[in-house]
Design a binder for this molecule. Sequence first.
Ligand SMILES: N=C(N)NC/C=C/[C@H]1O[C@@H](n2cnc3c(N)ncnc32)[C@H](O)[C@@H]1O
Length: 412
Amino acid sequence: MQTEKEAEDDAPPEEYVGLSDFTASGEDELSFCSGDKLHVLSKSSSDWWWAELRGVKGYVPASYLRPEGAEEDPWQDEEYFGSYGTLTLHLEMLSDRSRTEAYRQVVLSNSASLRDKVVMDLGCGTGIISLFCAQLAQPSVVYAVEASSMADYTRQLVKQNGCEEVVTVLQGRAEEIELPERVDVLVSEWMGNCLLFEFMVESVLLARDRWLREGGIMWPSSAALTMVPCQADRYFSEKMAFWEQPYGLDFTPLQPLAQQEFFTKPKFSYLIEPADCLSAPSDVLCFNMYKLQIKDLEEMSAQFQFCVERPGVFHGFTAWFTVHFESLEKGGTAVELNTGPDSEPTHWKQTLFMLDKPVCVCAGDSIGGAVVLRRNPVWRRHMSITLNWSINSSTEETDDSQVGTKTFPMWR
Ligand SMILES: N=C(N)NC/C=C/[C@H]1O[C@@H](n2cnc3c(N)ncnc32)[C@H](O)[C@@H]1O
């Protein structure tokens, strides 16, 4: 095995740029800031490279770097579709029974109406929804569109399950591929954390405008982002209270660091208990998938007014989403996939937004305010969420800790 020194002598250094800040956590690691130009001296492993910055050498995480000069793709498609070319994410989604059964139920309950229909499964992944269509109904054709390298395996799965007569797998981005005809049904599982993260919904809208025939069906047909003010004792004690007295020592000087590290960004995959909800939840944003336009996604805002139903600590807000699949049959019942705390947990769980300072609230208090989602103008799969709130206590007079505002990057 070559040492770093030997490897270093072999290859000329390559110029890389830091994509974001990195703080070394081992003495052989090298810290750098976003934008720093590093010389990569050897790539001894795929994850950690031996690099030099301003005369100092050390290991750096390869995922934090991009080659100097390589234009950074605002959609980060190489990384995005690369991640879907491996099984991890597909296993997570397929293991999510609540999510996958909901799509199965949609096909099953619309089986008769799907006969002879033309279906597009956008971002089919392993093809599970397309296979449900071929297995549980008799569509004339399902165009299973998948941009990642998983498409090769999807073709094998279609053949393996005897569905090649009905399912045609097309590898490519839904925005770019050519279909031989318009479709009657556009089905997709596009929802990201907080409903919109990854902004795959843009691809769904482009495909709708290009391939859905007049009067065609969108599945999901509608989507709603739901929020609620909540208590998050477990998370707060794990990440913040912990520093009060670990092993009898006072580590509170670390609390500003904990604030920065754990409460600045939203916490994905947080499972909130119904009892943690301080009030009834509210659908702050609702999307009609037939009318929604891409330009509507740049900035979305809503007011809210929560009436506190139980005394507790207002640690922050929790968000989740619900999507509906309208029935193909007139008057048929819609299928609902609800990712909230009162439903079967999904792989998304919920998203927690922690305030800087928790506030005690009493039943009868009201928490009014607004939420603004702003899509990142450069990094098109990212957004920020700004929350403004004011607490009108039914008992105490209003002082400054009753009003607040905080913006959370997701992730840029
Ligand atoms: N539900 C979440 N979060 N992720 C959904 C799952 C995303 C799947 O859809 C594929 N995909 C995403 N966008 C496109 C596109 N524009 N064209 C073709 N395939 C696409 C990804 O490669 C994943 O396999």
